[in-house]
Design a protein around this ligand. Structure first.
Ligand code: ADP
Ligand code: ZN
Ligand code: ZN
Length: 802
């Protein structure tokens, strides 16, 4: 008997065990690994969606196998490489296979279940279930349903008053449209034209067009582009008369892009050297990783584009990852203009349909160059020639949900499969990558200057302890104000960074010291003036701004600290004539929000762009000659071993926005810690010394990249439960570790309570612990048991934050 091992696609199905199903004779040709199927599952036998993982000719299962009910794909949605990748990913990140498969595929291919109930006996008139009835005897059970009502439904099901069924709503909608094409000879069209009545104006025009071009084809819009008066009914009539052929053709929903023209640059010597090393690896199919360390504006992107062009000449495909598409529209445009019609763009801003269509273009080989954010690492390209990761140090490449993967590891894995090179590019490489280059595992390629004699910006550190200020504007040094004013006079642009959104960081009572905190989290609420509310940045709780202190009723409550909204207000007061744009989470929440602001600034419709770290990446505007950092200390003070690295990266990146073209740039970094090495070295744009200094500190502290780390965290609604569980895990793990492994904790997480869940954690630092890794696989499976309900376990390998 032919047997398929199926991974079931249901959220609660948290196991890596495939289930065996019989392959019915008539499906045997198409029941292959990687296709989606519908199978009866569980005691109820409801149909569920799943993926065929493997096929074989017998089953270990003792009972009678149920048959596969239906096969959903004629061609597998996962090829052999992808199945292998999923298997590796699940193991490497301690994840469930199904969550890996879901991450790798566009969401349109995921199962989307709906629950519907059918009454089998009449309900009492006042039964609350009545409100869910949508037609006479049945109703849809909403995803978000009051738990009391759900419990009531279950009780009714048990007493057989109703029956609950799962329905699978397929989200994959292939978009089709009608295409009309000429199907007769020119002479036949000529005859028809001669016979047509004079008052049939539209028909005559149509025939005239066909006489000129008998095989003209297209959708209604294409025809109307030629014949603006043409009605679609005329086309339908023409089909009925046999003048035209009608067919349904598939069309792709393609995201809109602005078209720009870019020209290929003559590479500088440094660029050329990097390029040659890379293309040698492409043509020899070497699985070599390059670390392209190039100062901001040194032309890394130009090297990527030429490497892609080379891969394409060799008949190969290319993948390029960027941290966040919405923040780098210029990058996407550059790739698209170099490789017209070959590029697919994948990112979270696309609609489900657009994303699915882009995925299919890639899968079918119709798009050979892919640009995308993190999950584009799984783009179903074949025959890959080069894999590129721009700004490889960026935290957004690590996913914060299961599977907790780093896109860098995924592309390195794929490069092994395709025997091709990887380019990791950055002005400020992660210490992990740079250390590998030092060891010779990666090949280091350096770009030390900007092309065309363009100078690096000059950077000034402003000591805010001593700086002269203007009354009432204590967040600005007089120096920075003066510089902004100069730019306004010269019609140049300024970029100002403050890595904190909102108006003020917290509200405190000056009489009793009470700080207003979130009721659900251990964190103070942030003041948002624009919506006149206090907001929690962790759980989105909102409440009105109180007039008096909730603790002592004093009216002396004040806001403290500064966010982008307050700076915006102060800038308006300082420079009433300046045109100002603010870019942070609050101004970009709508679709296309980032792009709108970036484009507006790019067209010089604003003088100042103020924003959080989202303005630090990738922007390339020739008119920007000033970058100001309002407060360099925001990220420095965090209790995190990567705080200095992040600060250095952010300051270097944002400084790199200044003076990228003919006009030279200046940077002013305001700080209360002017002697801090991360700030000093960022000001000198001295990555090398920063790397050496930071590596020494990491070595002393026993941190990555000298150690591997894994974070094990447990959360529960009751604090004592979370504590008990984390100690239980520690006792279980400890005997499996070698004496060289270091266990930190258990400790409460820095912000212990978020959304009324308490978080406790263990951190293990290690060099070589194969038994630990196996134990963690077991742990993740064990935690699914009944006695662990209410707990959530998270295992994060190489976490970005402790
Ligand atoms: P990076 O990716 O390192 O920040 P880019 O590739 O964006 O740098 O290059 C910065 C600017 O320099 C861009 O405007 C780009 O067009 C230009 N540029 C890059 N390489 C060259 C070159 N070889 N000659 C002239 N201009 C170049
Ligand atoms: Zn008070
Ligand atoms: Zn909260």
């Amino acid at each position: 008997m032919a047997v398929a091992q199926v991974i079931i696609d249901i959220p609660a199905q948290q196991t890596n065990r495939p289930f065996d199903y019989e392959i019915p004779e008539e499906l045997s040709d198409i029941a292959v690994p990687g296709v989606r199927v519908l199978v009866p599952f569980g005691r109820s036998g409801h149909l569920r969606q799943g993926f065929i993982w493997r096929t074989q000719d017998k089953s270990e299962f003792a009972g009678r196998l149920k048959p596969i009910a239906q096969i959903l794909d004629l061609d597998p949605v996962l090829n052999a490489e992808m199945l292998g990748l999923a298997s590796w990913l699940a193991e490497d990140t301690f994840s469930f296979l199904i969550s890996c498969l879901q991450t790798m595929l566009p969401s349109a291919l995921r199962a989307n279940y709906q629950r519907r109930f059918y009454l089998t006996a009449p309900l009492a008139e006042n039964d609350p279930v009545n409100q869910l009835l949508d037609h006479e005897a049945s109703g849809l059970i909403p995803d978000k349903i009051d738990s009391a009502l759900l419990a009531h439904l279950k009780r009714l099901e048990q007493s057989q008053q109703l029956r609950i069924e799962y329905q699978i709503k397929q989200k994959t909608k292939i978009k089709q449209e009608k295409q009309y094409s000429g199907c007769l000879q020119m002479t036949e069209y000529q005859d028809l034209f001669n016979q047509a009545r004079a008052n049939a104006v539209q028909q005559r025009q149509l025939l005239q067009l066909l006489v000129a071009e008998p095989s003209f084809a297209g959708n209604v819009k294409t025809w109307q582009a030629q014949l603006p008066e043409l009605k679609s009914s005329t086309l339908t009539q023409a089909v009925q008369k046999g003048w035209l052929k009608e067919a349904l053709v598939e069309v792709y929903r393609q995201p809109e892009v602005e078209s720009v023209t870019t020209t290929k640059q003559q590479l500088t010597d440094e660029q050329q050297a990097a390029y040659e090393a890379i293309i040698a690896a492409i043509s020899d199919a070497q699985n070599q990783t390059f670390l392209l360390e190039g100062v901001t504006g040194s032309g890394k992107t130009e090297v990527y584009l030429d490497a892609i062009a080379y891969a394409r000449q060799q008949g190969k495909t290319a993948l390029m990852l960027v941290p966040e598409i919405s923040l780098t529209p210029q990058m996407v445009e550059r790739v698209q203009s170099r490789f017209p019609h070959e590029v697919a763009v994948l990112h979270s801003g696309l609609s489900i349909g657009e994303r699915y269509d882009e995925w299919r273009r890639i899968e079918r080989g119709e798009a050979q160059v892919v640009v995308g954010a993190r999950s584009a690492a799984f783009a179903p390209l074949k025959n890959i020639g080069v894999l590129i990761m721009d700004e490889e140090h960026e935290g957004s490449y690590k996913q914060d949900d299961m599977p907790r993967y780093h896109a860098r590891d995924v592309i390195l894995k794929r490069a092994e499969t395709y025997h091709c090179p990887v380019i990791l590019g950055s002005a400020t490489p992660s210490l992990e990558s740079r250390a590998r280059a030092q060891k010779g595992r990666y090949q280091l390629l350096k770009l030390t200057k900007r092309p065309n004699q363009i100078q690096m910006p000059t950077v000034n550190v402003v000591d805010m302890r001593q700086a002269e200020k203007v009354a009432g504007k204590s967040d600005f040094s007089l120096q920075l104000i003066t510089e902004v004013k100069k730019r306004l006079e010269r019609h140049e642009q300024s970029v100002l960074l403050l890595n904190r959104r909102g108006y003020a960081n917290f509200i405190m009572c000056r009489d009793c010291g009470h700080v207003i905190k979130c009721p659900n989290c251990d964190i103070s609420l942030t003041l948002h003036r624009d919506i006149q509310a206090l907001k929690c940045h962790y759980c989105d709780h909102q409440e009105p701004i109180p007039a008096t202190c909730p603790a002592c009723h004093s009216s002396k409550i004040r806001d403290y600290g500064v966010g982008t909204q307050k700076i915006e207000q102060q800038l308006q007061e300082l420079f009433p004539e300046a045109r100002l744009l603010r870019m942070d989470v609050d101004t970009t929440s709508r679709k296309g929000g980032h792009q709108r602001i970036i484009r507006q600034f790019g067209r010089h419709e604003a003088d100042i762009l103020l924003g959080t770290q989202m303005i630090a990446k990738g922007l390339d505007f020739p008119e920007v000659t000033l970058v100001g950092v309002i407060n360099a200390d925001t990220s420095l003070s965090l209790p995190d071993f990567r705080a200095s690295e992040r600060t250095f990266q952010l300051l270097t990146q944002v400084s790199g926005r200044a003076g990228r073209a003919a006009k030279s740039g200046q940077v002013f970094i305001q700080t209360y810690n002017p002697d801090n090495y991360a700030i000093q070295l960022a000001a000198k744009q001295d990555y090398e010394t920063f790397y050496q200094t930071e590596m020494r500190l990491r070595h002393q502290g026993g941190y990555p990249p000298y150690f591997y780390t894994v974070l094990i965290s447990v959360n529960h609604a009751q604090e004592d439960q979370a504590v008990k569980k984390v100690y239980q895990i520690q006792r279980w793990l400890q005997p499996k570790l070698s004496p060289q492994a270091i266990v930190l904790g258990p400790t409460p997480r820095m912000i212990t309570r978020v959304n009324n869940q308490y978080y406790y954690q263990l951190i293990i630092k290690y060099k070589n612990e194969p038994r630990l890794l196996i134990a963690l696989q077991t742990l993740i499976m064990n935690m699914q048991g009944k006695n662990n309900r209410g707990f959530q376990l998270r295992i994060d390998r190489e976490p970005l934050q402790f």
